[in-house]
Design a binder for this molecule. Structure first.
Ligand SMILES: Nc1ncnc2c1ncn2[C@@H]1O[C@H](COP(=O)(O)OP(=O)(O)O)[C@@H](O)[C@H]1O
Ligand SMILES: [Mg+2]
Length: 465
């Protein structure tokens, strides 16, 4: 299975969708947690700072700025690693006490990055704090800035992010696993349906999808497909029956007409010339009708797939050399040359119906002889690449315009310019039906100039070159 095909598989898509959805859900939950917890921790930090500030403000109010200054100095020198930042200034903003020298005044709260703080002494940068969150207050005869490090908030955020990584990873993993298990079981059943439809399309009209134990929608679809196939099989059978019946019913009267005409032709030799000519033409026309009927019956028989049961090992090399041998004199009569290019070394055996394969290549070579002018060259090439066995019947005649190449494969379709040549327009349809029966492909290409008919088969699976 190629990567491209894999991504189109339902199982893969289900797994990817599950993983995506779960990861998104997890990320959303963590984002909400992150916001709520961060806000909560920030509020707590602000409360702590407010508590500290209140103590200072009270001291300032009751004992004056000098006492406050002493207290600030004591507080800031007590623990140099403390993440509390305090600055006491006079009314003009000049330094009075604290562990930083100056900071602009601002309203409300602000987080100031550690490197931006002008410390009084060298300061050991805290490990997890990145900034100090603080605000200004008016005190008696001055202003006071109190801030605290955001280390706790950062720590918790780091833990949350770490957790998020693990949670998303694990969720995605289990979602992919779960999705694949669920998806693959559905996939297997879809594959089974695909195989049955494929097999049916290739002429095996009796195949049906096996029911599974679960009574789900896939089972329902399988039942619908099965009943459609039942109906199709009946229809194909009855169409075939109608064709056979018509051919059967008309065969007798047509051959009786033929006999009567022949009798007339033989017994009444004194008929006027125009009558004799008319009888002659009528006989030719009837032969053409019989031929068309027989070809139609053969196409119906081949398309029904019934002859598959009689498949044997057939070497295409032998079939083609017989065809070439048989048609060489015909080509010579028309001053055409048959060129045989049969790969002598490779194994070119396929499983098939010898008589039909013979008919297939006779039709193709006969077409080339019939539809190409004298002096043309017709090449019949057989080769094998890997498991593909390819036959080319190519000529340098008038060819078929690109727009008509699909049409000529339809029963009874002939190019306008071929109307005067003998034939019924069934040769290529029969060739295509025979190729189809052998699970091969038939395609028409431009041989510049001329037509190149390419027929491709699969070699028998168990033999290597
Ligand atoms: N080798 C060819 N070169 C040119 N035209 C071709 C060739 N083979 C087939 N054709 C065209 O395709 C049409 C259909 O071919 P076919 O089904 O064999 O019917 P038929 O040969 O009875 O006319 C022919 O009528 C002819 O116009
Ligand atoms: Mg033909």
């Amino acid at each position: 299975m190629t990567a491209h095909r894999l991504t189109r598989r339902t199982a893969f898509r289900v797994a990817a969708a599950f993983a995506g959805l779960f990861s998104l859900t997890m990320s959303s939950i963590f984002a909400i947690l992150y916001l709520v917890i961060s806000n909560d921790l920030t509020a707590t930090l602000k409360d702590q700072i407010d508590d500290l500030r209140e103590t200072f403000v009270e001291v300032g109010a009751t004992s004056g700025r000098n006492a406050l200054s002493t207290m600030v100095t004591r507080h800031t020198s007590a623990n140099p690693f403390d993440e509390n930042i305090i600055l006491l200034t006079d009314m003009d903003g000049n330094y009075v006490a604290g562990n930083i020298l100056a900071i602009p005044r601002f309203r409300s709260w602000r987080a100031i990055p550690w490197p931006d703080l002008p410390f009084v002494r060298t300061w050991t940068m805290p490990t997890s704090s990145t900034a100090a969150l603080g605000s200004w207050t008016n005190v008696k005869d001055g202003h006071l800035f109190v801030a605290g490090g955001n280390g706790d908030i950062n720590d918790v955020q780091a833990i949350l992010l770490d957790g998020l990584g693990w949670a998303v990873g694990l969720t995605a993993f289990s979602a992919v696993l779960g999705g694949l298990v669920l998806g693959l079981s559905a996939q297997r059943r879809v594959d089974a349906m695909e195989n049955v439809l494929n097999s049916f399309a290739h002429g095996n009209l009796s195949v049906r999808i096996r029911k599974s134990a679960s009574n789900d929608d896939l089972n329902h679809v399988a039942e619908l497909i099965n009943s459609t196939l039942d109906r199709l099989q009946t229809l194909i059978g009855s169409v075939k029956q109608v064709t056979t019946d018509i051919a059967h019913d008309l065969r007798t009267p047509i051959s009786r007409i033929r006999q009567k005409l022949e009798l007339a032709q033989q017994s009444q030799s004194d008929y006027p010339a125009p009558y004799r000519a008319a009888i002659e033409t009528a006989l030719d026309d009837i032969d053409q009708v019989v031929e068309t009927f027989e070809a139609l019956l053969r196409i119906a028989e081949v398309s029904s797939g019934a002859r598959k049961a009689r498949f044997v090992d057939v070497d295409l090399k032998l079939v083609l050399s017989h065809v070439i041998e048989a048609l060489e004199p015909v080509a010579e009569d028309r001053e055409q040359r048959l060129v045989s290019q049969l790969d002598g070394k490779s194994n070119t055996v396929i499983s098939g119906d010898r008589q039909l394969l013979n008919q297939l290549f006779v039709n193709l070579v006969e077409n080339a002889i019939r539809h190409c002018p004298s002096g043309s060259r017709i090449t019949i090439a057989l080769s094998r690449t890997g498991d593909a066995i390819t036959v080319h019947v190519a000529d340098n005649g008038p060819g078929i315009p690109a727009g008509e190449r699909d049409n000529v494969l339809r029963p009874l379709y002939r190019l306008e310019k071929s109307r005067t040549t003998p034939g019924s327009g069934l040769g290529l349809s029969l060739a295509a039906a025979i190729t189809d029966l052998h699970q091969g492909t038939l395609s028409l290409h431009d041989n510049a100039p001329g037509l190149d008919v390419c027929v491709r088969f699969n070699a028998k699976p168990d033999d290597s070159v």
